[in-house]
Design a protein around this ligand. Sequence first.
Ligand code: MSP
Length: 535
Amino acid sequence: MPKFFITTAIDYPNGAPHIGHAYEKVLADVIARYRRLRGDEVFFLTGVDQHGQKMQQTADQEGVNVATLAKRNTKKFINLWKTLGVEYDGWAETTDDRHKLCVQRILSTLHDQGQLYKKAYRGFYSVRQEQYLTEKDRNEKGEFGTEWGEVVELEEENWYFKLSEHAAWLKEAVTSGKFGILPEFRRTEVLNAIERAEDTDLCISRPKERLHWGIELPFDSNFVTYVWFDALINYISFAGYGDEGGDSLPDFAALWPANVQIIGKDILVPAHAIYWPCMLHAMGFSEDQMPTLLVHGWWNIKKKKEELGEGEEDQEKMSKSLNNVVDPAELAEHFSVDAVRYYVVRDIITGKDSTFDVQRLISLFNSELANDLGNLLNRSLNMTKRFIGGELRESSYTDDDCEAVRSSLQQSTAAYLAAMDLYDVPGALKAINGHVVHCNQFIERNPPFELRKDESQSDRVATILHHLCESCAHLGVLLSPALPAASAKILGQLRAVELIPAKIDDLAWGLLPVGHEIGKQKPVFPRIVNPDSAP
Ligand code: MSP
């Protein structure tokens, strides 16, 4: 069975998860479920990045112990994933002893191999990004831009990783495509960033007097590990790297390299596209053992008209400090999990940004799910029950319109598969909707409720209803990665669960045999009736 190893960024639990975090995890969950349908043995790893200055700072501000803060907020993430149906196979918490041990072993080996050195440095430091800045980080005006947040001048001794020694190798791996970066347009951004790494090493420690909340360097107890060096290792530590037996971690050799590592555009450069492959290379991984990065865009927030300055962009970043974060748990409670899952993966092109708009969430749900698909399901099941007693009948009737339904389904399925293979979830959902719309039009052109009045049309009615139920069963399968709970309801009402092939490739016309009895219809996508009550 082919394997599929999928990871996401691990979130900072310095607050509650917001819709941006939820998007990434739902996207990963949709891809994981899709790969399972394709017959892959999937391992989906996600988790939380519990160390670092951000966590220590938040804990200090809130007057709580940092370990308590990490534990408390980690629960909020775990609870949200449960609510949203994000089902992972591995959970990465960086305070886990197995991870700490793995990080320390890697550090010791790199130290023994001469990949690490200690030196004194005086320079500028971005508190927000937790990294030292160089002259190249200044903008056209010669300043450190707002993206760096608070910038302070520091002088301290630290440990460095010889990143620069791997820059030429990395350039080649990126240029040749061995280190995969999706979407393609991100590659240029990475190549530009590599130029910067050519003469800069990476500071991988923080003095304990400044930051105590981290993994101690195994060869110098005055320091803890830089949070990114610690966090990036989660992708291999929780995949069983260096694990000596025991059955709590997977078999690393069977999993690595990750087929896809899903991250947001803000953490591509330098962390995932520079530090990470160079760290792997220093550990002895070759260019053929590099993961593929899937870089998604951001959900931004629409600014209120009254807050908009002259010529200012009408959207802004979602952030705790701007007090504009959208709470996915609240949305799910208010509109349903299906509405949230559907919206976050449907209304953003993978790789691009989008603007969060609750009215769009409502209108997409109401039009594509409640109206289009919901109606199709209601009508197909109800008419089958009422007009032919709920049992699919033998009929040799066919015509061009029926044939067009079959070919629409075939084309939609092909478009769906092609899109999903490219992680284009909105494209795949549009392909599903294409067939739904086709079926609804098919009903309008061939209304069973009229045709049944004419006895001579009874075979035609039977064929029409069979085509509709069969279509609904296929749609239920295609929808299952994005909306697993709704899909289970659809297939349950059709009594088709047992008839679904294990692999989506084997999904072919003829799922529901003659004589098949469908179940009772219940609305799967009740319309959102009060759009103004949005939270
Ligand atoms: N802890 C680091 C990642 C370490 S990975 C080894 C981190 N954490 S984060 O909590 O700030 O962000 C986690 C993920 O959520 C990142 O991939 C980030 O891009 C994503 N998002 C955070 N805000 C987002 C939006 N507004 N929209 C979409 N994704 C966003 O970075």
